[in-house]
Every structure is written in C-alpha cells, then in structure tokens.
Write a protein that binds this ligand. Structure first.
Ligand SMILES: [Zn+2]
Ligand SMILES: [Zn+2]
Length: 463
C-alpha cells in the first residue's frame, strides 16, 4: 500500500492551507481517507485481487458500493480489446459437484453420517453381517459388508412416492454399512476397475474430440505416470458415482426380490436401504471427492497461477476433463429435475438447483479464464499459431502428437458447435465448454440460466 506523503507548505493549495489552519478538519479528512482506504484494503483481502489486475500487476480496487461487481480498474477499461474478465474466484474455489446436503434431501440426520467424519451407526447390531454386491449398471460390482441396525428418530426405513394423490410405500430392511474404512477402500478399487466402463457409458465415441481427450488422458495417466491425471480421472469417475443410485445385484438381497419392486419407481431393480444410501453419499463426498478435488485444483493452480507454460499439455487435459465433468453434472441435474417434474420456486423446471448450476457455470468460466489469460493456453492448439513452437518443446510421445493433429483437424467444427450451443443455451451438451479452450475468441460474460423453449425438452446429447 502506498503511503501518501504529507506535502510541504510550499506545495499546498489554498484549500489545503485553509485545512491546515483548521486542524480538526484536517484530521477529519485524513480519518475519512484512512477509513476508506482501510475499508478498501480489507475488501481486497477478503475478495482477492481480480484476474485482470493480477495479470497486469495492478492494485485491484473493488467498488465499495458493489463489492461483488466489477472492480474500478476493470470498469474503467471494460471496453478494452483484451476482454479479460473481472473474476476474483481462484482455481481452488471452483465448484464441481453437489456437496451441501440439507435435511430435506437425506434419509437420516444422524451425526454418525453428517458429522465431521462419517462413522459407523451407533445402533449397529453387528449381527447378521452380510456381504452385498452393488452396481450402478456398469462394470464389476462394489462389494461391501452390511449389518442390521435399530432405527432412531429421523431414520427413513421405507421409500415413499405418490400416484394420483395416493401415497405408496416400499418398506426396506434396516441394514447399514458396517466398516467405513473398508468400504472407502472398496470404492477406491471400484473406481480403478471401472473407469473405462464409466467413460464408455457417459461419453459417446462419436463425440470424437471428447472421446479422444479421455483416451489420451488415460494414456498419459497410465503409461506416462502422470499423478495429476491419475487423480483427475479418479475425480471424474467419483463425480459420476455420487450422482447415480446403487442397487443390489448379487445373490444376497436382504430378503428383497424383484417382485417386491414391481409397479414401484424401482421396477426391475432392488434399491439399497435409505440410510445406507446416505452413508454411501457421505463416504464418497467426505473421504473421496473432497480430498481429490482439493488436490487436483491445488496442483492445477500451482501450474497455472505462476504462469508456468512448461506443462501446458497436461494442464490442457485436466481443464478439459474438469469442464467435461461440469457439463455432465449439469446434465445430471437437468435429468433429475425432469424425472421428478420439479419446479424451482421463482426459477423454472429445467434444473433442480439453479444456484448450484450457475456456480458450475461460473467455475467453468474461471477455469477457461485462467487457462487463456494467464498461460495463453488456447494458442498452441490454433493452427498456424506461432505457439506451435511451444508444442515442440513439450514432452510428447507419438500418440500425443497424433492427438494434437486430430484436434487440429476438428477445430473449426468443434468451435462452431460450441458457438451454436452457447447461442441456444444448450448447457447440457458435452461440447458446450471444451472448445473455448482453443477457439480464437471466447465470451467471458457470466451465464445466467435460461429456460428451454417449447419443444426443446430433450437436448441432452443432441445439437
Ligand atoms: Zn481488479
Ligand atoms: Zn477487475
């Protein structure tokens, strides 16, 4: 912070001389100045400096009257050709999945599940321990040990739904996970075993840019031993797992059969008991997703923020996969709202949680902004760009070079697809974000959700 030196009498203006002759006024003016300056400094400390000011090494001056709006520097240069957005969110703060669970959407409010660390239920009986095989419809099953428990107030022990105003109920046996660390380890093994099956199910091979990006990420994680990409791929599959329901697929079914679920919303499947579902959710979020998200974003930040361009290719792959994950989470929320025909108060029926989805959009823009503004990450993939030299300096093997050639050949199509999707608000489409990582222009303005127009109900995967 610059200290304002007191001018000597020789340089004082008439009004300043008048102030001098009235010391109480000087003190007041000075105090007001100090106070405003202190307020501004405190605000910058709280909000952080914006991307543009960081990039230009200027002192960020937030607008005290509108602290969440543009900073003073950006407001004064908002017509600048550089188009650097006034974004204060840092990479580690980017929102990637649903973390906050309210009492309304859980099956229990037990502190053993929602406390700082999920632990075994206090009313677990440890009798009749059974081994369950669970599936989300893809790949090898997840094997866990479960035990009976005595329900307490707030535990839901059946699934309830209504048809034509009549309430129907599917009673469920009271079983819960019995060994939390063992379950966490089983989930981690499951993630490694089933990664490719999940990619196969969520990514269409015809979306060649996205498909090839996943294949090259796996290649680099596995054969070139990239720790960052190994973590990134685990974060990606964990984000899918937490959005899908588990159901029982093995011989042990806790006394339930397919006949029990006939005519229910679970027809053809055997759901896991409600309390167990909450346990899975929390183990996944607290023990797997949160640490992975923190690690991936921290490493990514440590590569982008200091402006290091030496590991551009890996940085590009990680940001691509993060953007993909954001799109899939957006599509999931849309599907969920549609399935349950939910309408968000004051918003609409396109999403279940509008604030969450807009926070995903903000996160996507933050990632793209950092990638483009700080390391000029969009340049190397643009054909004919001088940054081709940068690619030649990367440690790339033949397969990776072939991937870059392939992306080059798809560049124009991918960019025009993304422009179309942005114009028509098709946030759920897999090509909505990624081409912004290599297009020549990018619109950094915030995205506020628009509802689908009549007849536009099924947009997922089509454009
Ligand atoms: Zn600023
Ligand atoms: Zn700014």
């Amino acid at each position: 912070m610059h200290e304002t030196a007191l001018p000597t009498d020789r340089h004082l203006s008439t009004s300043q001389l008048k102030q001098r002759s009235n010391p109480s006024k000087v003190i007041k003016v000075r105090a007001a100045f100090d106070n405003a300056s202190r307020q501004e400094t405190a605000l910058v400390r709280k909000l952080g400096s914006c991307l543009r000011c960081r990039g230009r090494k200027e002192r960020c001056k937030p607008d005290i009257l509108n602290p969440n709006g543009e900073c003073i520097n950006c407001a004064l240069t908002s017509l600048s050709v550089h188009q650097i957005p006034c974004i204060r969110t840092r990479i580690p703060q980017v929102s990637l999945y649903h973390t906050v669970t309210t009492e309304n959407d859980t099956w229990t409010i037990r502190p053993e599940i929602f406390g700082t660390e999920p632990t075994e239920l206090s009313s677990a009986l440890h009798t009749g321990v059974k081994i369950l095989e669970l599936t989300q419809d893809y790949g090898k099953p997840l094997v866990v040990r479960v035990t009976e428990f005595i329900p307490v107030d707030g535990d839901q022990t059946s699934y309830i739904w209504s048809i034509d105003g009549a309430e129907l109920e599917l009673p469920m046996p009271c079983y819960a996970i019995t060994n939390i660390p063992e379950t966490k380890a089983a989930m981690e093994t499951y993630m490694v075993q089933n990664l490719e099956r999940y990619i196969d199910s969520f990514i269409d091979r015809n979306d060649s840019v996205v498909w090839a990006t996943f294949q090259i990420a796996i290649h680099r994680a596995r054969y070139r031993n990239s720790i960052l990409l190994q973590k990134m791929l685990r974060l990606w599959i964990a984000s899918r797992m937490v959005e899908k329901a588990w159901h029982i697929c093995g011989r042990e079914t806790l006394g339930l059969s397919h006949a029990d679920t006939a005519g229910t919303p679970y027809e053809g499947k055997i759901p896991i008991p409600p309390v167990m579902d909450s346990q899975f959710d929390q183990i996944m979020v607290r023990f797997i997703l949160n640490p992975l998200r923190a690690q991936v974003l921290k490493i990514l930040d440590s590569r982008i923020t200091p402006g290091k361009r030496s590991e551009w290719f890996e940085t590009y792959l990680v940001v691509s996969l993060l953007l993909n994950s954001i799109t899939l989470s957006t599509a999931h929320d849309h599907k969920f709202a549609k399935l349950h025909r939910h309408v968000a108060a004051g918003r609409g029926s396109r999403f279940e949680d509008y604030n969450l989805i807009e926070s995903y959009f903000h996160g996507a823009q933050v990632l793209i902004a950092h990638f483009r503004v700080i390391i000029n990450g969009h340049r190397p993939l643009q054909s004919g760009s001088p940054d081709q030299i940068m690619i030649s300096h990367e440690d790339l093997d033949d397969k990776e070079v072939r991937y870059i050639t392939m992306i080059h050949s798809q560049l124009d199509t991918a960019i025009s697809t993304a422009n179309f999707l942005r114009k028509h608000n098709r946030y759920e489409n897999i090509m909505y974000w990624t081409p912004n990582l290599f297009s020549t222009s990018w619109d950094p303005s915030p995205i506020y959700i628009k509802e689908l127009e009549e007849g536009e109900a099924d947009l997922i995967g089509s454009y």
